[in-house]
Design a protein around this ligand. Sequence first.
Ligand code: HMG
Ligand code: MG
Length: 297
Amino acid sequence: MSDLVQLVEVGPRDGLQNERATVRVETRISLVERLADAGLKSVEAGAFVSPKWVPQMAASDDVLRGVRRKPGVAYPVLTPNMKGYLAARTAGADMVAIFGAASETFSQKNINCSIAESIDRFLPILEAAKSDGVAVRGYVSCVLGCPYEGDVAPAKVAEVSKRLFDAGCFEISLGDTIGAGTPRQTAGLIRAVRDVIPVDRLAGHFHDTFGQALANIWTAYEMGVRTFDSSVAGLGGCPYAKGASGNVATEDVVYSFQRSGLDTGVDLDAVVSVADWISRELGRAPQGKVTLARTTP
Ligand code: HMG
Ligand code: MG
């Protein structure tokens, strides 16, 4: 099994969707470009969702159109339905992500439909994407707990993940939306899901609300997962998961793998300076420990 760790940077989407103030398009474009320049090979650039639901992601088309694309870098965007998919394609998206959940209540609160209805909405996206040659990533939220229902059974996560994988997603990102999970729970989750999906098709998406994200990442790594989502400066959260904090900070993940002799392809100094820059732009302290340790306030 490969030692290479792939990071999917979700700061410009998962991070900025949760900011109180709407961030200027120019800043969003610059954030995406700086992250790609720091060596991230997949930078989630925005979300083609309803601006009434998530106003922070309005103008994702302008962001996607404005980004100077680097060869070899993917710029996925979230698309909850065909309306979003078509708008994303018009703006030049060549990778999209659909996002479902393992919890019925979260599905209703987040995308206003049941899990089964969400899959019915995703199928035409997968079909169109296949004929357009567009890769589709699949997210499953609430894999280690739901803000409305509490515990979520690993078997339910495995069932939804398999449904999305079988329908054509090239990768399933397992989202600990509220950052509630612990390493042992993560191990149980990965065991259940890798029974039905090849482990090299899984990604870990850990929010760090309770400080467990890096430990969960290492648990998943030891069990064969090699792709992890992270957010520069630890930006982020979900507007429909109150109290959830940001994703694990990209710089902390890079540091941990790099110092353990594992390559992420990301330049640590460069990503720390992006974290410092975006934190100043947003007028907030960076959440990443490495940025806090390496920069002056
Ligand atoms: P709905 O209200 O059921 O949709 O929302 P609808 O089809 O009935 O349409 C209602 C209105 O929305 C119409 O406009 C549509 O045109 C418009 P109106 O006639 O009222 O002016 N509309 C759209 N506009 C722009 N783009 C679209 C779109 N679709 C409909 N794609 C919908 C359903 C899915 C649209 C809504 O619930 C929504 O946008 N939800 C997004 C929620 C979201 O973005 N959450 C955060 C991302 S998920 C996350 O953070 C978790 C993750 O990080 C993993 C983890 O941590 O677990 C991925
Ligand atoms: Mg998330």
